[in-house]
Design a binder for this molecule. Structure first.
Ligand code: SF4
Length: 201
């Protein structure tokens, strides 16, 4: 594998995994790994597809909007950040001069306030702005369980959090140093990578 660290393009999923446990990102980039497709992942794909069908049939009132154009499964890339990802839904609104992009992330949870969800949205916002211009001041996390959307302001603090997390992932991979496990073992119990972590289980 070419390991020139400046050429590594992370995914937004990496950001999520890193928040769960940095070792998962370490394994993905520093060790050869075949990751199985689990039932959980397949169920998630089906739930997202259903949500998109429902989304197409309703108005934008869940997002406090009267009008806007929906773009599903939009791929975005940032050369600046070295990051790419696919956004469940992007709502394009505003005028040509003042275009606004609103990323929406579907989640199979009722706990929408988690900081790593907000970080993901901020990452999408940064990539939308870099790719298309305009602004991404806010986004939504949409619960597939409650079918409710929560608005998240994409603050400078959240944006810096994205930049700092990517820098930390990059440094970890460059040094090829396996990070410490989480302080509690709870994340390990359902972790697909636990067979690699003989020191924790
Ligand atoms: S088993 Fe625990 S330490 Fe190992 S990757 Fe999973 S969460 Fe991290």
């Amino acid at each position: 594998m070419e390991t020139g660290i400046e050429r590594t393009i992370f995914t937004v999923t990496d950001l999520k995994q890193y928040a769960y446990c940095p070792r998962i990102v370490y394994y993905a980039y520093c060790l050869p790994l075949l990751r199985p497709t689990t039932y959980k992942m397949e169920a998630g794909v089906a739930a997202h597809a259903e949500a998109k069908e429902r989304e197409r049939r309703r108005t934008l009132t869940a997002y406090g909007l009267v009008e806007g154009e929906r773009h599903f499964d939009m791929w975005v890339t940032s050369e600046r950040l070295g990051l790419q990802g696919r956004i469940d839904l992007v709502i394009e609104t505003g005028t040509v001069e003042r275009r606004e992009w609103i990323p929406v992330d579907y989640k199979q949870t009722v706990r929408l306030a988690a900081s790593h969800y907000k970080r993901q949205l901020a990452a999408y916002g940064l990539m939308l702005e870099e790719t298309f211009g305009g602004t991404a001041r806010r986004g939504f996390i949409y619960s597939l369980i409650t079918r409710k959307a929560e608005e998240i302001t994409l603050t400078e603090r959240l944006r810096n959090d994205v930049r700092e997390t990517i820098a930390a992932m990059r440094e970890m991979i460059e040094r090829e140093a396996m990070p410490e496990p989480p302080t509690t073992r709870r994340p390990c119990l359902n972790c697909e990578f636990r067979r690699f972590c003989n020191d924790v289980l």
